[in-house]
Design a protein. Structure first.
Length: 167
């Protein structure tokens, strides 16, 4: 998770290239009708900022498209990368809030308390009818029970390596 520009999509693609299963880059849906912490994602494509070609030279010379929100991006079909493992769903092992840049070069995982995690997750709650909202709140409480971290990083390779210790 992270603010716009925190590197969610870039880091997800880098992790997938390093052998992790790709579930999604910018969107995942927490299943509310189960007792666990299971998410669903759209694993077949990733949208990256045009400047990510400096990290992924194989994406150079692709056309830039525009999202519905007007952001320029490279829309990449992951079917072009048969070595990347795709998964439509997974169990959540940890919640990670990404913070890109401005660090000392070494990635840093700082543990978060469950109540802080829950408060952050509530900020993005989409409002529906009362019954749905109560289901969402309960699912977010379960999600907040997972280990959670603020993750500060500057470099993709060391970030993927550091996050590997969470699985």
């Amino acid at each position: 998770m992270g603010e716009s520009g925190a590197g969610k999509s870039t880091l997800a693609f880098a992790a997938a290239r390093a052998g992790w299963s790709f579930v999604g880059d910018d969107v995942a849906w927490l299943i509310t009708a189960q007792s666990g912490r299971r998410v669903l994602g759209p694993p077949h494509h990733v949208r990256l900022l045009p400047d990510t070609t400096k990290f992924f030279p194989e994406l150079t010379n692709r056309g830039v498209t525009t999202t519905m929100k007007g952001k320029a991006c490279l829309a990449v079909s992951l079917s072009e990368f048969p070595s990347i493992s795709l998964a439509r769903e997974c169990d959540v092992a940890a919640c990670v809030f990404l913070h890109l840049g401005g660090h000392d070069g070494q990635p840093s995982l700082r543990p978060l308390a469950a109540d802080e995690t829950y408060e952050r997750l509530l900020r993005d709650l989409v409002l529906y009818d009362e019954a749905t909202r109560l289901d969402q709140i309960e699912a977010l409480r379960r999600l907040a029970e997972a280990p959670a971290f603020d993750f500060y990083y500057d470099d993709l390779d060391t970030a993927v390596e550091a996050l590997g210790g969470l699985a």
